[in-house]
Design a protein around this ligand. Structure first.
Ligand SMILES: Nc1nc2c(ncn2[C@@H]2O[C@H](COP(=O)(O)OP(=O)(O)OP(=O)(O)O)[C@@H](O)[C@H]2O)c(=O)[nH]1
Ligand SMILES: [Zn+2]
Length: 189
């Protein structure tokens, strides 16, 4: 978090509170700018990290079918409104030449990419492209399902509306049978 200017965030939060008509000196708000600055540093910590690093260690295992880690919970921040969107990611790949990653690294990749000002589509494609680049698998399929607070607590105001995005790379782009197979495992409860 070295490049995060906590002071600047504090000043900005103070200005927003003043601008909406709050008394920034009332007791309950005294520490709020500082708290919010630390919170933003945490929520945007993915900007300081490179998700590719999680795949610098790979294992060699003679496994030729898919690996799927599903229901990876995440929280992110909509880059248009700076309010949360959150849900689950499902990440699948088919190793090539026995090149497999530690299972936790798929979740770490999602977490890092999510902790940035984001669009759901970009989380989905960045995770898929990172795995394609680092593991050179036969294919990658990523599905993200999320609820966007910018559509529930404001604007459209439709609580429960869910957005689903998917990105297919490699064989998952061309092989309908393989894609259907992984979709059925993702849908399985
Ligand atoms: N494609 C995409 N759009 C998103 C995402 N998160 C929020 N949005 C949308 O970004 C759009 C921004 O639209 P604008 O018209 O510029 O902003 P707005 O007036 O606040 O829009 P409303 O939400 O419709 O009130 C909205 O339609 C949001 O629903 C996302 O992850 N992906
Ligand atoms: Zn939004």
């Amino acid at each position: 978090m070295t490049n995060v200017d906590l002071n600047k965030i504090e000043q900005a939060v103070k200005m927003i509170l003043e601008a909406v008509g709050e008394d920034v000196n009332r007791e309950g708000l005294l520490d709020t700018p500082k708290r919010v600055s630390k919170m933003y540093a945490e929520m945007f910590s993915g900007l300081q990290m490179d998700p590719r690093e999680y795949f610098s260690t790979v294992f060699h295992e003679d496994h030729e079918e898919f690996v799927l880690v599903k229901d990876i919970g995440f929280h992110s921040m909509c880059e248009h409104h700076l309010v949360p969107f959150y849900g689950k990611a499902h990440v699948a790949y088919i190793p090539q030449d026995g090149k497999v990653a530690g299972l936790s690294k798929l979740g770490r990749c999602v977490e890092t990419v999510a902790r940035r000002p984001q669009l759901q589509e970009r989380i989905t494609s960045t995770v898929a492209d990172t795995i394609m680049e680092m593991l050179q698998p036969k294919g990658v399929y990523v599905v993200v399902e999320a609820e966007h607070m910018c559509m529930t607590m404001r604007g459209l105001k439709k609580p429960g509306a869910k957005t689903i995005t998917s990105v297919a790379r490699g064989v998952y782009e061309t092989d309908d049978v393989k894609r259907q197979e992984i979709i059925s495992f993702i849908q399985m409860s």
